[in-house]
Design a protein around this ligand. Structure first.
Ligand code: MG
Length: 374
């Protein structure tokens, strides 16, 4: 089998980047890359394509390593280039699964579970008060999610200093918000909080310590993630579990974080970090230190379903993110309809990815089409 064509489309309202890989034997694979700027163009750039056209898509890892090592689009493999590579890699797994009549999880080593737990990433309503956060939490919990996440990055009015500093009244505000959410939820519903790299270690530690008795699922990205030593200091200074990793690429990007145990939970974005097999490797590296995996995810049903296959195949899976509760396109994009039931995705038996794109919906929602319908 040979790869004949690689194309992409970027959708709206949310800029999901879908990837299609065609072969000379009539099998087509679908994947999704992280939605970053220019990613869909990199997917279809001839410097990326020439690495793969004519190659056997069944050698998924060889194709992946060729894209990484080749002088693909930038000569390096982070950022938008790695996101593009991740989306293509997913599509290759879809091809391989169809060719062998097996679901992707089966080819990644088999499954540890029949259902993959999904947590819902929430935002408060228009009025940002502790009560409005709690109200939103209850609304989402009623939809069947038993794990929920909220953001506590600073409101615009609290951002003026641009120095990651935070005033005492703001610390109290965020502690009040998180406490209100926690108290509203059922005790067995897990609550995670995302700080979006917005704070200094001393400030976020004041918040983290105040939250310790609330038994959060995790506190995500408490400080900028690139300084692993600073992250280690935060992680070792509070019993609130610390998670990070959505902006790291490949197992190489995770090595120092994991080996120094600078987080309790790792959160790679599978559509960015290197695709399915590379993310399984990251999970395995984390498992050497008994660290759970909770992938970051803002993908469409395509990328989410692809990530589910990895989540099914690793022992240390904790929860997979879901970001699009209020996006109508989420339910319309695939022919199978809603995939999340009671906060879980059932692990499918169908070959390959296991869901079918509704291409008419893709066409009507497309913002830019780079050969996707040829
Ligand atoms: Mg995050």
């Amino acid at each position: 089998m040979k790869i004949t064509e690689i194309s992409s489309v970027v959708l709206q309202p949310f800029a999901w980047v879908l990837v299609k890989v065609k072969t000379d034997q009539g099998i087509t694979g679908i994947g999704e890359a992280y939605h970053g700027a220019g990613v869909h163009q990199i997917v279809t750039d001839h410097r990326m394509q020439r690495t793969l056209i004519g190659k056997d898509p069944l050698n998924v890892d060889r194709c992946f390593q060729d894209m990484m090592r080749g002088q693909s689009a930038s000569g390096y493999y982070q950022g938008a280039v790695m996101s593009a590579i991740s989306g293509i890699e997913m599509a290759l797994w879809d091809i391989k699964g169809q060719a062998f009549g097996a679901p992707i999880w089966q080819m990644l080593g088999g499954k540890f579970r029949d259902k993959v737990r999904v947590y819902n990433d929430c935002h408060a309503g228009d009025v940002e008060s502790p009560d409005s956060y709690a109200e939103k939490a209850l609304e989402v919990e009623k939809k069947g999610f038993d794990a929920i996440k909220f953001d506590i990055d600073p409101l615009p009015s609290r951002r003026d200093a641009y120095n990651r500093g935070i005033r005492n009244k703001d610390i109290k505000y965020y502690v009040d918000v998180v406490t209100a959410i926690r108290n509203a939820l059922h005790p067995d519903t897990d609550l995670a909080i995302d700080a979006h790299w917005a704070y200094t270690p001393v400030d976020i530690l004041k918040i983290a310590k105040e939250l310790e008795h609330l038994d959060l699922l995790w506190l995500e990205d408490p400080i900028p993630a690139e300084n692993v030593e600073a992250m280690l200091r935060v992680k070792n200074s509070t019993s609130t579990p610390i998670s990070t990793g959505e902006n790291f690429y490949t197992r190489h990007g995770f090595r120092e974080l994991i080996q120094s145990q600078a987080a309790d939970i790792v959160t790679p974005d599978i559509a960015k970090a290197g695709g399915l097999l590379e993310s399984k490797r990251i999970a395995e590296l984390a498992d050497l230190y008994y660290m759970p995996l909770a992938p970051h995810n803002i993908c469409s049903p395509i990328g989410t379903y692809a990530m589910m296959h990895v989540c099914a195949t690793v022992p240390n899976f904790l929860a997979l993110e879901f970001h699009h509760l209020d996006n109508e396109l989420w339910s319309n994009l695939t022919q199978e309809g809603p995939m999340i039931v009671d906060g879980h995705i059932n692990v499918p038996e169908k070959p390959g990815l296991g869901i079918t794109l509704d291409e008419n919906v893709v066409k009507s929602s497309a913002k830019e089409i780079l050969g996707f319908f040829d």
